[in-house]
Design a protein around this ligand. Structure first.
Ligand code: NDP
Ligand code: HSE
Length: 434
């Protein structure tokens, strides 16, 4: 059979990994796909650098759009990143009847509805396994393996950079900036690393997971996003003392009133599996009504692990290309006409337990005033401890039972106004994940 012809947009960390995997495992991959997968052309900025990798036989261009219009190319693999040129190239390739494989979660989180609709109209596939949790086949798991289930919630460590930073800070006591630089060097971080550390990258991925899990449109603008840059090392220490670890989690939960869609540092029990996912590893926990809990673990970033997912998509496309477009697995797991607009809940309606830390003057009545405010806001305290700070101050830490976020906001405002409260109140969510 004729080889399938690929146009690679980008030959950076992931693109070069795809090149390497196809070169290394081409024979095995052809046995599985039923035909050879051949890179016909690549688009990059630096031609000489690309040429050094791909040799003389592959066309190297600087205009990505040329590949989108090239009749000799069957599949466009978009690994440039960004949401402007990548979007234009992708839409042009779709209009020209080409299938798409991409790792670009930012683009899909922002423009997924437009891209999937265009692909649906044109009868082409848009495969994006690498866009969520790198090498872990989580999209295939949710879209196909768990398709019998009503998914209840998904919670995951879906950003390798921040998990690497949190692990190194906790285990080796290294400062934030040093570890971030290391993650950048290792190729985990996004072109703009604030996407990683402010939780935006994780929110891009979570947005896609929520659509796959619940059959709702892609709605990144409704996600609540809080990163790790404001996290104090003392909170990591206090959390440990209380039997928890802090992880940047993406959580999406189906509740009767709507869907929670949130990324934030979260205290989770130190003895649960997710708490022990360290370094750049990712893990996603899914709760379905039939299957119960299942967990997916692996490398969430890096050249070859991400390429593993990209090439798996290439094989899927090669296998399914001849299938009737109406009978392929739907892009977002649910048939397009069955996608429903369940509301994404505002953060004030989210329910969680909380870790609250306040620095206060250490004098009589302080605890009573704080307890009164919590009680007036319908917040029940699970446990508390006090850590002296100097001679006249103390840190007070509360762990609350489950409460409504809006009530916690009200309580924090009232606490903040008290004369004996000496710093901003730290609020972190706590999840038991059971
Ligand atoms: P890199 O920055 O390493 O590579 C980007 C590639 O795109 C480079 O080859 C670059 O060319 C090329 N490129 C960029 N802009 C243009 C342009 N205007 N015209 C032509 N070529 C261009 O990115 P990554 O490989 O890290 O990431 C690629 C995508 O994969 C992103 O969407 C990212 O979010 C996603 N991703 C990345 C992961 C990772 O671990 N790194 C994991 C999962 C997803 P040149 O080489 O000449 O500069
Ligand atoms: N910057 C991302 C991460 C790459 O650190 O997880 C993988 O999507």
């Amino acid at each position: 059979m004729k080889p399938i012809r690929v146009g690679l947009l980008g030959l950076g960390v992931v693109g070069s990994g795809v090149w390497t995997v196809l070169a290394q495992n081409g024979g095995e991959i052809a046995r599985r796909a039923g035909r050879r997968i051949e890179v016909a052309a690549v688009a990059v900025r630096n031609v000489a650098k690309a040429r050094a990798l791909v040799g003389a036989d592959v066309r190297v261009v600087t205009d990505g759009m040329a590949l989108a219009h090239d009749p000799d190319i069957d599949i466009v693999v978009e690994l440039m990143g960004g949401d402007t040129l990548a979007r234009e190239c992708m839409l042009a390739a779709i209009a020209n009847g080409k299938h798409i494989v991409t790792a670009n979660k930012a683009l899909l989180a922002l423009h997924g509805n437009e891209i999937f609709a265009a692909a649906q109209r044109r009868g082409v596939m848009v495969a994006f396994e690498a866009a969520v949790a790198g090498g872990i086949p989580i999209i295939k798991a949710i879209r196909e393996g768990l398709t019998a289930n009503r998914i209840q919630w998904v919670a995951g460590i879906i950003n390798g950079t921040t998990n690497f930073i949190l692990s190194e800070m906790r285990q080796r006591g290294l400062p934030f900036e040093t570890v971030l630089a290391e993650a950048q060097q290792l190729g985990y971080a996004e072109a703009d690393p604030t996407f990683d550390i402010e939780g935006v990258d994780a929110a891009h991925k979570l947005t896609l997971l929520a659509s796959l899990a619940f059959g709702v449109p892609v709605q990144f603008d409704k996600a609540t996003t809080e990163g790790i840059s404001h996290l104090a090392s003392e909170d990591i220490v206090h959390a440990e003392r209380l039997g928890y670890r802090i992880k940047l989690l993406g959580i999406t939960r189906h509740r009767p009133e709507g869907i929670e869609l949130r990324v934030h540092p979260t205290l989770i029990p130190a003895d649960c599996l997710l708490a022990n996912v360290e370094g750049a590893m990712n893990a996603v926990l899914v709760r379905g009504d039939a299957v119960g809990l299942s967990m997916y673990y692996g490398q969430g970033a890096g050249s070859l692990p991400t390429a593993s997912a990209v090439v798996a998509d290439l094989v899927d496309v090669a296998r399914l290309q001849a299938a009737d477009p109406e009978h392929r697995v739907p892009h977002l797991a649910f048939q397009p006409e069955s996608v429903v607009d369940i509301p994404i809940l505002p953060m004030s309606e989210v329910r969680s337990s909380y870790y609250l830390r306040l620095r206060v003057d250490d004098r009589p009545g302080v605890l009573a005033d704080l307890a009164r405010i919590l009680s007036q806001s319908q917040i029940s305290v699970g446990s508390m401890f006090q850590q002296p700070h100097g001679e006249h101050q103390a840190d007070i830490i509360f762990l609350t039972h489950e409460a409504r976020e809006g009530d916690v906001d009200t309580a924090l405002q009232a606490m903040q106004a008290l004369s004996f409260v000496r710093s901003g109140v730290t609020r972190l969510r706590v999840e038991s994940l059971n």
